[in-house]
Design a protein around this ligand. Structure first.
Ligand code: MIC
Ligand code: SF4
Length: 753
């Protein structure tokens, strides 16, 4: 039986009636996204349809998932909210903090020792508040959610940007910061700007070396890292039903990389089969009964242009494997052109390491197909040229693929099986001598490849491809290769060619596992006291941020004007810094250390206006804070893209920054800033970015009449004594303005209890 079946039953009992109301309200056929969103509204059904991309809407998501690196901050905030138990089913997953070094067993043991304090904090908080706790080694949050909790037509949020993975099982699943999770766990409505809709029509059928990953790699190439911002992507068409449920998960997962709020697919046979295979025949049966409400209306599929804001067509029969990167996930190159482009661009041709797995690509299907390629190394006497690692997504998959002999195929080719965890994908990779490596190429089946992401070395060129393509390239050891056309020379000096991968969507003999690694939610919450050692360098109880002073902000110092791509990895690096995710003061030492200062082209070197000397960003921010001076961070386009980590918003707040002013924001980061009481502003005229000078002091004017839709003014006081005014936009609604005034959303919740 599925977990939380009563909750699912309740959701299903409401959907048909709400969909009927919705059709009446809108007066036209409706998309799947609209059906799910309107079925999860908080409060009364509206009198008029919501404006896409305009209206802020309150929802009641069905569940919450948190991973260890973000759960610490989410739960530290939740503990302040004064609740005795979570309002919706919630889970914590220990997956991000495990360092990949020598292999699964040893790495897990070491992680249990090094992270003892954090794991025991998370498990006791989970116990106290009735949260399910997935132990270290149980698997990566999104794979575990897909296997256990996701259900067609449901809505969930998770404190990780790849929560969207659950769209593979027909959910609307959205990545958020921890403060948003606190809203849902405390039972207050969760707010989202009603998204625009992108429809992607899939025709044809995948074959040969092409796989579901290539669909999203292609989409990333089309939409770019910001093309999906503010949108939900709905996949449909005859090609959609030919893709396995976990393949759909892969496609939705990496939708985070185009900035989409989430992606989803209609309920179909593949989902039903997956639910049954993972012990949830009960959910499959219930979904089948309301199947017509778990997909868009037929007219939508017949004339998508009428119902979506943008429609993209992809013919799967013509889709080539894609390889994306380096340094950005949207630089897509089709396999047939890859070696030529690699040479033209001067990318390091030797491929050093292939890494497969991660939340994006670690299903049974992925592993079985990649193993079919790996096996050929032995069968065809090929010497594998690159190092190779496998990060299984969950213990359920790991146990099953070990039983079915796939892991030994990888081990035979020299592969190392890592713990069921994020590992190298989030920089938890003790790559040998990483810092000193010269320019080098690696290829992964992960989703992100920003500079320094996996091994901390900016010279490492990270490429993203499907697991089967990564495996083929690991065998070849060079980017100068195309498995579709090229021969390799084996150890006997013969020319051999790799056959296209083969595999199974689901295990023929069913899934198996001994211990999934779950501590179920406790119903006994009495007597659990959470203690945090005040001397701990890993955990720190939170102090509320100060409320707004009630007047305009004057004489804020420019902290940094960041140039170009500034992702959450640049703002609050992961890797070794994951150690401090529960300690705001300590993690603040990484604030913006990866961002490039527009004035000198350097990282982590900004002018301290009080001394005239250059120093590290966190040190400079602390110097201003000490003098009681606020500061301003300026950014470029799509500032804060990538992760959901709210540390990227809490750190500047903690170090005294009041404003983040950019050309544009990524969705989750903008909300995170608002939640923490910061001013997230954008240039009314994007060219005004160039007006900001290195030693500016900045005033924010108009806060006493801060209103939705009304511009604010900034006065820039330049060092030469001149000053100029620029206008800035914001997207605060009335409630969010109250968060700003209270100092943070959490302060506002507490003040109004
Ligand atoms: C990531 O892939 O960047 C992460 C690590 O999973 C993050 C969450 C985090 O920073 O903890 C995400 O994508 O939200
Ligand atoms: Fe973990 Fe990587 Fe997935 Fe993020 S993208 S959840 S770090 S496996």
């Amino acid at each position: 039986m599925a977990y939380d079946i009563d909750m699912i039953r309740k959701v299903y009992s409401q959907i048909p009636e709400r969909v009927t109301k919705l059709r009446k309200l809108i007066g036209r056929p409706v998309t799947l996204t609209e059906k799910i969103l309107y079925s999860h509204l908080s409060g009364d059904f509206p009198g008029q349809p919501y404006g896409k991309g305009i209206s802020y809407v309150n929802f009641n998501p069905d569940r919450v998932a948190m991973q260890d690196a973000t759960a610490q901050m989410a739960l530290l905030q939740f503990m302040q909210a004064g609740k005795s138990v979570v309002s919706v089913p919630s889970t914590v997953h220990c997956d991000h903090l495990i360092l990949a070094q020598t292999g699964a067993a040893a790495d897990l043991k070491k992680a249990e020792e090094t992270n003892k304090e954090v794991y025991s904090f998370l498990s006791s908080v989970s116990k106290k508040y009735g949260i399910g706790f997935w132990k270290p080694g149980a698997g990566i949050i999104h794979q575990v959610v897909l296997e256990n909790y996701a259900f067609p037509g449901g809505m969930m949020i998770g404190t990780d940007s790849h929560t969207v993975n659950a769209g593979g099982l027909g959910m609307i699943a959205i990545g958020v910061g921890g403060a948003d999770a606190v809203d849902v766990m405390t039972g207050i409505p969760w707010e989202l700007k009603f998204p625009k809709l992108i429809g992607i029509r899939l025709t044809g059928k995948l074959s040969g070396w092409s796989s579901p990953k290539d669909v999203i790699l292609k989409v990333a190439g089309i939409l770019t890292v910001k093309g999906g911002t503010g949108c939900i992507i709905e996949y449909f068409g005859p090609g959609a039903s030919s893709i396995s449920c976990t393949g759909k998960g892969t496609i939705c997962n990496m939708g985070a990389e185009v900035g989409a709020t989430t992606s989803t697919f209609a309920f179909d046979e593949s989902m039903s089969e997956y639910l049954k295979a993972t012990g949830r025949a009960d959910v499959a049966k219930m979904a089948l009964k309301i199947a017509s409400d778990l997909k868009a209306d037929e007219e939508v599929y017949a004339n998508p242009e009428k119902f979506f804001d943008q429609v993209i067509e992809i013919n799967l029969s013509e889709l080539e494997p894609q390889i994306n990167g380096p340094f950005t996930p949207d630089l897509a190159t089709p396999l047939s052109k890859f070696k030529t482009v690699a040479k033209e661009k001067g990318w390091p041709m030797e491929m050093k390491v292939g890494l497969i797995g991660s939340c994006t690509n670690s299903s049974y299907e992925d592993i079985s197909r990649a193993a079919s390629v790996a096996r050929q190394a032995r069968l065809k006497n090929l010497k594998v040229k690159a190092e190779f690692t496998i990060s299984p997504g969950s213990e359920l998959v790991r146990y099953t693929v070990a039983r079915d002999g796939f892991l030994s195929s990888f081990e035979e080719m020299g592969g190392i099986v890592l713990t069921n965890a994020c590992g190298p994908c989030i920089g938890q990779w003790a790559r040998h001598n990483a810092a000193n490596l010269p320019e080098n190429s690696i290829m992964t089946s992960f989703n992100r490849n920003f500079a320094k992401r996996t091994d901390g070395n900016p010279k490492t060129h990270g490429f993203v491809a499907s697991p089967e393509i990564v495996t083929a390239f690991a065998i070849a050891g060079t980017l100068d290769f195309n498995p579709e056309t090229d021969f390799l020379i084996n150890e006997k000096g013969e020319k051999v060619k790799l056959d296209p991968p083969t595999g199974n969507d689901l295990p023929v003999h069913g899934f198996a596992v001994e211990d999934q690694g779950l501590v179920p939610p406790s119903t006994d919450h009495q007597g659990i006291v959470i203690t945090v050692n005040p001397k701990s360098d890993r955990l720190q109880l939170l102090e509320p941020f100060a409320p707004w002073e009630g007047h305009d902000l004057k004489n804020l110092k420019l902290l940094i004007k960041a140039r170009g791509k500034c992702t959450t990895d640049h703002i609050s690096m992961a890797g070794p810094w994951l150690t401090y995710r529960g300690h705001l003061d300590n993690i603040s030492e990484n604030l913006l250390i990866g961002a490039i200062n527009d004035f000198n082209g350097k990282t982590n070197s900004v002018i301290n206006q009080l001394t005239g000397e250059y120093g590290a960003v966190p040190t400079t921010a602390r110097a201003y804070k000490k003098e009681g001076l606020g500061s301003v961070i300026v950014g470029d386009e799509n500032y804060g893209e990538g992760s959901s980590r709210e540390h990227a918003a809490m750190e500047p707040r903690h170090l005294g920054a009041r404003v983040v002013l950019t050309r544009s924001f990524a969705r989750i980061h903008e909300t995170n800033l608002k939640k923490q009481g910061m001013l997230a502003l954008t240039f009314a005229n994007p060219d005004d970015y160039s007006r900001i000078q290195e030693d500016d002091s900045i005033d924010v004017i108009g806060l006493e009449s801060f209103q939705p839709g009304k511009l604010l003014q900034l006065t820039l006081h330049h060092a030469d004594g001149s000053s100029e005014d620029i206008m800035v936009k914001h997207t605060y609604n009335e409630a969010q303005i109250e968060w700003f005034k209270a100092g943070s959303c959490l302060n506002f919740i507490k003040d109004n209890q």
